[in-house]
Design a protein around this ligand. Sequence first.
Ligand SMILES: C[S@@+](CC[C@H](N)C(=O)[O-])C[C@H]1O[C@@H](n2cnc3c(N)ncnc32)[C@H](O)[C@@H]1O
Length: 280
Amino acid sequence: MNNLNFVFKSMTEILSQNENCDPKFEANLLLEHIFGKTRLELGPDYQVGDRDEVRLYELCHKRREGYPLQYILGSWQFFDLDLEVGEGVLIPRQDTEDVCYAAFEYINKFANPNVLDLCSGSGAIALAIKRYCPHANVMALEKYPEAYKYLERNIEKTGLRVLPVMGDVFNYDWVVEEETFDVIISNPPYINPDQQGKLQKEVSFEPATALFAPDKGLRFYKFISHYYKPALNEGGYLIFEYGYDQAKQVRQLLFDEEYKIIKEIVDTAGNPRGIIVQKL
Ligand SMILES: C[S@@+](CC[C@H](N)C(=O)[O-])C[C@H]1O[C@@H](n2cnc3c(N)ncnc32)[C@H](O)[C@@H]1O
């Protein structure tokens, strides 16, 4: 049996072998995950049982190999929502919070907006919209069962009334025929397939179906901006998150589809990461 100080130090030594890790931050979260108490609450002299010590080192080794911290913890914060995540679903990102934050202002221009979140994954966008624009009717579409499972769980967990639909973006006829929307929002797969194998090792554990898209990553933007236009009400907004190097291409294709460019969304590092356009 070793005391917490010794175990904590050993954990940070393992974690520091992964350059994408913040060793102390992550060691603290892993301790809290195992004991349900913070390091401060446990105290430096807390005696860690042998089995717990082995388990903690196992988790640190997993992190050293790049396995995402969020998958180990099983949940991750998106705004103030505690969302379940795990293998098969994309981990919600800070960039997506920036896009949602900009979107709220436009969604709140409508009294009772109909909102469609395409490629919903964990439901992060749809749930944040329902949380901060409670008068919105929000539908969330996701194709893959592994991700859809998290969408359903997160709806249940948060108690937010979002309507989940399992379906394929490219099979769109029913949407266009049955509903119209004031806002269509999407953070679709957008990475150019030629980047496969060149990304941070953490990303390789996330589903490829959530990351890569044909046509240099632009397929979803082209398809949604064209084929979902009939489902968008006049004056309605189409909102996309995109990759750090895609601003020009996405802006151009939206311009070609005759949308009015309303706003470019810039992340905290100053990179354009999303766009809001309006159907005239
Ligand atoms: C980049 S992730 C975004 C997830 C979530 N919206 C977020 O921002 O965290 C893209 C999502 O699109 C889903 N997806 C991929 N192809 C799809 C398709 N053809 N139709 C619907 N969803 C699809 C993936 O399973 C994944 O959940």
